[in-house]
Design a binder for this molecule. Structure first.
Ligand code: LMR
Length: 402
């Protein structure tokens, strides 16, 4: 059965992670995979997470199943974190949450629900979007299309073109939106743009599916969720996927959730029952460990405060790096304006150099960014900023390695 299978390479992000790990050069700089790094280049377990984890292990007396929708306390805490504790949709009891294996699990499960509810739905993705959105969403059998999003010339969003494209969509078309910290570009919608989009989505009766993988790493927990909170308050239906990989540093614990907002409680109950059925056919029941930790962090006042402080620290570091790298690049790359990097949010910016130049940086300077020039700003450090900016300057001047 398997003798005809072709050998394939992993997607661009995973291949890059492997190539970086295999590179013995001490100068190497990892701006590839989207994991937060501190000033020492490490991806630490936040102290609040560590403490909550110790408490989970100390009190855990069984590993029996938690249940098909996961940990109810985690689900409630995640809904409040994403939407805000007093959100109208929560008060009206029209939100249901199901714990999933990471934001990826949530995206896939949401796609399965859409496919079940309306088999010929098309999901419209931003151009560009995270590479893994494609297999995660199309794997359910849904068709995918693209809407214009990023303007490489300005480093901002092509909002007029985006609106013009979405205006053409038929009712019930699904629009996948990044809540904030757009992956891969770093360019987010402004609050005014979210408001304008809301009236379009209402008028055209589109279904938003909002991916929020980086809450708290852009501007603040609240500002990063602005669009999601606005849409959830104003629309009869939407789906959202949240991840605890980055803001809780729980990457390998695969911790996330899918939220479904419906018009009324009875519909939300029905949607959740379908989600449980679909999840049963995918992973049966979600893993517990990460969700139990997040539940512990979010429901203990002292741990929550400590986590918020650590999250603020991560965000401040990234924002500081953004300003600093713009300054260094201006010194080493005269004639090129990288100012947009300081206007971007979250870990990523689409750097805007050619694939050939990205590969030259990798081969000659051991600087790893994704082929489309997505860079993880958090991979920079005080001690490699100068090396990075000088190397980019050399590559842009066509003199690298000489
Ligand atoms: C990324 O975009 O690099 C991260 O979300 C990690 C991944 O799974 O691709």
């Amino acid at each position: 059965m398997f003798e005809r299978l072709e050998l394939i390479t992993a997607d661009t992000i995973l291949s890059l992670m492997a190539a970086y790990r295999a590179d013995p050069d001490p100068r190497k700089v990892d701006l590839g995979i989207g994991v937060y790094r501190n000033e020492h280049g490490e991806t630490p377990v936040p102290a609040a997470v560590r403490e909550a984890e110790a408490a989970v292990l100390a009190r855990q007396t069984t590993k029996t199943y938690v249940g098909p929708a996961g940990n109810p306390g985690f689900n409630e805490a995640m809904a409040r974190l994403a939407l805000g504790a007093e959100h109208e949709a929560l008060v009206s009891n029209r939100v249901r949450t199901i714990q999933c294996p990471g934001g990826c699990g949530a995206l896939r499960l949401g796609a399965e629900l859409i496919r079940y509810a309306s088999a010929d739905s098309v999901v419209h993705l931003s151009d560009p979007t995270w590479v893994n959105h494609v297999p995660l969403l199309s794997g359910s059998g849904l068709k995918l299309e693209r809407y214009p999003y990023y303007d490489a010339a300005s480093g901002g969003v092509r909002f007029a073109a985006m609106v013009a494209a979405l205006e053409q969509l038929p009712p019930r078309a699904v629009v996948l939106l990044h809540a904030s910290c757009h992956n891969p570009t770093g360019a987010d919608l402004s609050q005014a743009e979210w408001r304008e989009l809301l009236s379009l989505v209402k008028r055209r009766q589109l279904l938003p599916f909002i991916d929020m993988a980086y809450q708290g790493l852009g501007e603040s927990l609240e500002a990063d969720a602005f669009g999601l909170r606005l849409f959830a308050a104003e629309l009869p239906e939407l789906l959202y996927a949240v991840s605890c990989s980055k803001n809780f540093g729980l990457y390998r614990e695969r911790t996330g959730a899918l939220g479904v907002v419906c018009e009324r409680a009875a519909q939300a109950d029905a949607a959740l029952s379908q989600l449980v059925r679909l999840a049963r056919g995918l992973w049966s029941m979600p893993p517990d460990h990460g969700a139990a930790i997040v539940h512990g962090v979010l429901t203990d006042a002292a741990l929550r405060a400590r986590w918020l402080e650590e999250l603020d620290g991560m965000r401040a570091r990234i924002q500081g790096l953004r300003r600093e790298v713009v300054r260094r690049l201006a010194e080493h790359c005269p004639g090129r304006d990288f100012g947009f990097i300081a206007r971007h949010h979250g870990m990523f910016s689409l750097f805007g150099i050619s694939t050939a130049q990205v590969r030259e940086l990798r081969a000659q300077q051991h600087i790893y960014m994704v082929d489309d020039s997505r860079m993880n700003v958090a991979g920079l450090r005080r001690e490699n900023l100068e090396y990075f900016a000088r190397s980019v300057g050399a590559v842009l001047a066509g003199s690298a390695g000489r």
